[in-house]
Design a protein around this ligand. Structure first.
Ligand code: DGJ
Length: 753
């Protein structure tokens, strides 16, 4: 059993032999946090917390050690406000008597094999009971109104602990929760860097790393979605940690709405990290007997740097979070109509578009936005899902789907179920179905409103209408989009006392409709999207095994976006497409091969009319698609390693690497964005190889030299057939100095001999 309770010490220990988490009960049941880190053979819990008197730290009455015991100093599992701890609380509430002081004590605990789900929320799961053990600790508020169950699951195959809290009103009156975090973690050091992912539309998940400072730092979203701006992920790492070594404590939330990721460094050099639903504009009514479940938090610890952290997240996502039957299936090469046609298409033009793509090897054709209602622009028809645009699709979705299947190819469709256009039949019939606030004109974004998914009737309409469309034809894939943030957060269906629940209830509503639709169509491969990467989070991945990473498809910016995204998410989940040049987002022209090498580093496809390319370019694309198919099991199901960061060093180069599950194939990618005169010789070391094995280069493709000075050696640089030792590749590296043009990329495939 990976979880034990030591009666004598009154301590709980979770360990899978590699990581360990220890808690201890103090006095009449204060739950203290003693340790999270590498699994230890020897650990003296009496030395774990040094008690001393502190000026300004309140003490409980009537304790022998009263002057030296304070909740302000105790490392805690779930900090509270009002009982002496002045650091960021995990839980705040207004009790039925109007006060907000909380004080929790241990009541009981339970240890069991496996893991429970959480009603209405995405949650980690086990495939077999012996993959994990769970501890539930029940705490009771001393005033008697609240019970809090803290849940901890430790997994055997990944170095992950999943935490959540369930808060129940066990009194007779009504309580209002004003904050209910998923996790609070106290670390006995402030010598740490804070690593977070920030961004904006078309520039998501950029890595930011700064040393922690005294006081509180917060990354948060109040947009009703995870957001382009901040990811609900946070890592705290040793100052010297890098991709290959050093301690990292990381946390991600299984949640897709408003969140807060906060750290506080106290005056004594301790750090508290608190993550959960954003308490800003949050208030949840708990009537007698009601419970509130927080989303889960996923905690990862490693002593081996950021690649090791990411590999734990990747394995966890694939094995314990993605529920779809497609999770370990190779994903098709898809070609999407959006940047090729936008909303200007007909059945015939999409069939022609598909023919051109299928000829070159495409396996899935996706019809994007614009097939319903009277939608020729983004200013109408969202919500009118069952009104097929007959001008464009005279034979309905089925007519088009059948013709695409006739080409020997799969068919996919775009939807945006959570939205409604003001100019739509749906809104005209049900103006109260959009989120809105009395006496306020609603704000639009992309000419649309957000449906009030806190309402059962609205959710039922969405499920019915989307299921009708998905059932009307043979549809293999769905791209589920969400193109705006929430404003005017109010619901006509709830009383005044519950209006601050609506942003959270909206997300619960999203989960409800996703659950029902994905369960009704288990054979459809779902890809989530939210104006690019607004909602690439651990919550949605439970329902949809892949995500459109970003609306930016420029190869240079994509290196950064994919690098940042890979901190948490495996490449198989990342939709990565080659698009036309000049690029539609940044106007840049980059070589086709470099675009391919970048896009092939994930779940590969195209976002362009392949038929419009020259015959030579079409041949090139055909070769790329064939090569991707050869390599995709390593890319999609192998191990991913980041080697050179576009956020560090020259910020002009990126390198990463894939190793197949059995170690027999290694794929290495290197990008250099701007060519420098007399550039340095760049030696890149690989990692994760067998030092005693030899590896033969089976493929070396690189962006052809411009050879402006007719320097032949530049065009002749090819390592195909060369044999390297594993130790040589890892410690001497491979030279990447033959780069004499902008936006260059190298692709090397090694086979272990
Ligand atoms: C935003 C998505 O990110 C795009 O890929 C495309 O599907 C458009 N929405 C369609 O409106």
């Amino acid at each position: 059993m990976a979880i034990t309770y030591n009666e004598q010490e009154r301590s709980f220990t979770l360990s899978n032999g590699r990581i360990q988490y220890v808690m201890k009960l103090f006095h009449d049941g204060y739950l203290g946090h003693m340790y999270f880190g590498k699994a230890l053979k020897h650990f003296n819990i009496d030395r774990a917390f040094y008690q001393t008197e502190r000026e300004g730290a309140p003490n409980p009455e009537a304790l022998a050690d009263a002057r030296t015991f304070s909740l302000d100093a105790l490392p805690q599992e779930y900090g509270l406000y009002g009982s002496g701890d002045y650091r960021i609380p995990a839980l705040t509430a207004v009790l039925s008597n109007g006060t907000s002081t909380l004080d929790l004590r241990y009541q009981s605990h339970e240890i069991f094999k496996g893991k429970k789900g959480i009603a209405g929320l995405p949650a980690a799961f086990v495939n077999k009971e012996d993959e994990a053990d769970t501890l539930e600790i029940t705490l009771k508020e001393v005033g008697g109104e609240l019970e809090v169950v803290l849940s901890y699951t430790i997994f055997n195959d990944v170095d992950v602990i999943v935490r959540s809290a369930r808060i129940k009103n066990v009194g007779a009156g009504t309580v209002y929760l004003t904050k209910a975090a998923s996790v609070s973690l106290d670390l006995p050091t402030a010598e740490l860097d804070r690593v977070q992912l920030w961004g904006k539309h078309a520039f998501e998940r950029q890595i930011d790393r700064t040393p922690l400072h005294p006081g509180i730092e917060i990354a948060a979203s109040s947009r009703g979605a995870t957001s382009h701006q901040h990811q609900n992920f946070l890592a705290l790492c040793a100052h010297n940690a890098d991709e290959f070594q050093g301690e990292v404590y990381a946390c991600g939330l299984v949640w897709s709405g408003n969140f807060e990721a906060a750290t506080e460094v106290d005056s004594f050099g301790n750090t508290r990290m608190v993550m959960g639903i954003n308490d800003f504009d949050f208030k949840w009514e708990l009537k007698a007997g009601d419970s509130f479940n927080t989303p889960e938090a996923v905690l990862v610890y490693t002593a081996d740097g950021f690649n090791a952290m990411s590999q734990q997240f990747h394995a966890f996502v694939q094995n314990h979070l993605v529920r779809s039957k497609f999770r370990n299936e190779l994903r098709p090469v898809l070609v999407n109509s959006w940047e090729a046609a936008y909303m200007d298409f007909t059945e015939d033009s999409i069939v022609d578009f598909a023919k051109d793509a299928v000829k070159l090897g495409a396996e899935l054709i996706v019809l994007d936005d614009g097939w319903f209602g009277v939608r020729d622009k983004d200013n109408c028809s969202l919500g009118d899902w069952t009104i097929i645009n007959k001008k464009k699709l005279p034979n309905d979705i089925k007519g088009l789907a059948d013709r695409i299947h006739g080409l020997g190819c799969k068919f996919g469709l775009w939807v945006e179920p959570e939205m409604v256009s003001p100019d739509s039949e749906l809104f005209r019939a049900h103006p109260d179905w959009a989120l809105g606030v009395p006496n306020h004109k609603r704000y639009q974004q992309r000419n649309q409103y957000v449906l009030d998914l806190s309402r059962q009737d609205v959710r039922d309409y969405v499920v019915d209408s989307i299921c009708k469309v998905l059932g009307s034809a043979d549809i293999d894939y769905v791209k589920w989009d969400m193109n705006r943030n929430l404003t005017d957060i109010g619901s006509a269906a709830f009383p005044a006392s519950q209006q601050q629940e609506i942003a959270t209830r909206f997300v619960f509503g999203v989960y409800d409709i996703m659950e029902r639709i994905t369960q009704a169509f288990p054979n459809i491969l779902f890809e989530s999207c939210a104006g690019g990467g607004r909602r690439f989070d651990l919550g949605l991945i439970y329902y949809m095994p892949q995500v459109w990473t970003s609306d930016d498809t420029d190869e240079v910016i994509r290196q950064r976006i994919q690098y940042g995204t890979s901190l948490v998410f495996p490449p198989i989940t990342m939709g990565c497409h080659v698009s036309a040049c000049p690029n539609h987002q940044v106007g840049r022209t980059t070589p086709m091969l470099s675009r391919f090498v970048c896009a092939m580093s994930g779940n590969f496809g195209y976002e362009m009319s392949l038929g419009k390319l020259s015959p030579e370019e079409q041949e090139e694309v055909k070769g790329h698609i064939a090569l991707y198919k050869e390599l995709r099991s390593t890319i999609q199901l192998g191990k991913f390693y980041r080697l050179m960061s576009p956020f560090e060093g020259t910020q002009n180069e990126t390198a990463w690497q894939f190793v197949s599950q059995d170690g027999s194939e290694v794929i290495f990618m290197y990008f250099k964005n701007l060519c420098l005169p007399q550039g340095n010789i760049r030696k890149v070391c690989l990692t994760g190889l067998d030092p005693d094995a030899t590896y033969k280069v089976s493929k070396h493709m690189w962006t052809p030299s411009l050879a402006v000075n007719a320097l032949d050696y530049l065009t002749n640089y090819n390592l195909e057939g060369d044999v390297f030792g594993g130790d040589e590749l890892m410690h001497f590296g491979v030279n990447m100095d033959k780069v004499d043009r902008d936006f260059a990329a190298h692709l090397l495939v090694f086979k272990r001999q």
